[in-house]
Design a binder for this molecule. Structure first.
Ligand SMILES: [Zn+2]
Length: 105
């Protein structure tokens, strides 16, 4: 599960900066990367500009994330998994998970 509670924190706080590095780690390992650059999701670039890591870091720490970009589909968060989640009831335990736990010796 991707942690995003830091996105709402003040950009100058250490927790927010740690979160931006966490985001960048995911983006550069699982997301779309072109020649060391990723789409910058800051409020100015709006996922419309390719930037290197330190520039994206700088943008996110000064301008913050673009409004509404809560599912990081361009940065490693699986689009199909998000859609599947809409069908399942999060309050109930996962049937498959329960099965695995129960059948384990
Ligand atoms: Zn930017």
């Amino acid at each position: 599960m991707i942690k995003k509670d830091w996105v709402e924190l003040p950009p100058h706080s250490q927790s927010y900066k740690d979160g931006v590095n966490y985001f960048l780690d995911i983006a550069f390992t699982k997301g779309m990367v072109e020649e060391e650059e990723i789409l910058c999701p800051c409020s100015v670039c709006c996922n419309d500009s390719w930037e290197v890591r330190y520039v994206v870091y700088d943008h996110l720490c000064s301008k913050g994330f673009v409004k509404g970009y809560t599912e990081w589909i361009y940065h490693g968060e699986d689009e199909s998994l998000i859609d599947l989640d809409g069908d399942s009831d999060d309050e109930n335990s996962h049937p498959l998970k329960t099965f695995i736990i129960n059948s384990h010796p």
